[in-house]
Design a protein around this ligand. Structure first.
Ligand SMILES: [Ca+2]
Length: 203
């Protein structure tokens, strides 16, 4: 069932790619992690801190975090959550969840990647100090623009994703098309994510 849904969604992204009107401005100047995280420090997936509140905009998550401690969740293996009214990510809750997701993403080769998200509700994705995807308020499932992202140096880049689910259905998916890839976006795979337990990388 899930694979059928996934095919349909990827088909939707491909449909977007056929229309230049949905292409976003190219994002450049991303800074790789310096120093690069050591392989023996990195654990799979992304770290996540949850904040339980009825958010309406991603900017409210760090504001809320100034006054209320979050709850550390189980790491997120990859961003392929299309769960309807089920639990939000690894939070164990279905509604009123904010997530501050951090870690590293590995770009294996230099070149221009195409990055896109589907979200419900808001997302604010920053990589290597640059905002890549920004759809920050309450909405039903929808795709971002296709964002061309120039990577000059292969390797690990700090990633921060602010995400919240207000109520009912939730979705958070991250897609890419690698340089020279053939027309089809796919989920960013689990091996492209890592985190160092206890560390808060800045991006
Ligand atoms: Ca929702």
């Amino acid at each position: 069932m899930r694979s059928i849904i996934r095919v349909a969604l990827i088909a939707g992204v491909i449909a977007f790619s056929a229309t230049a009107a949905h292409a976003a401005d190219t994002v450049t100047g991303l800074q790789p992690a310096s120093p690069q995280p050591a392989a023996d420090q990195l654990k799979p997936g992304l770290s996540v801190t949850y904040y339980f509140n009825k958010f309406n905009h991603t900017r409210e998550i760090p504001e809320w975090a100034k006054y209320k401690d979050g709850v550390q969740g189980e790491p997120i293996a990859m961003l392929d959550y299309f769960v309807g009214d089920g639990d939000v990510l690894t939070s164990g809750r279905a509604d009123h969840v904010g997530a501050d997701i951090r870690g590293y993403i590995n770009f294996p080769v230099a070149g221009t990647y195409t990055i896109a998200m589907q979200s419900n509700d808001g997302v604010d994705l920053n990589i290597g100090g640059k905002r890549v995807v920004y759809d920050p308020d309450v909405h039903r499932d929808r795709y971002s623009d296709l964002v061309p992202v120039v990577i000059e140096t292969p390797g690990w880049y700090p990633l921060r994703l602010l995400y919240f689910e207000k109520q009912v259905t939730s979705t958070v998916e991250l897609y890419w098309l690698k340089p020279g890839g053939g027309g089809q976006l796919d989920f960013v795979p689990a091996e492209a994510f890592g985190h160092i337990p206890g560390e808060t990388p800045q991006s």
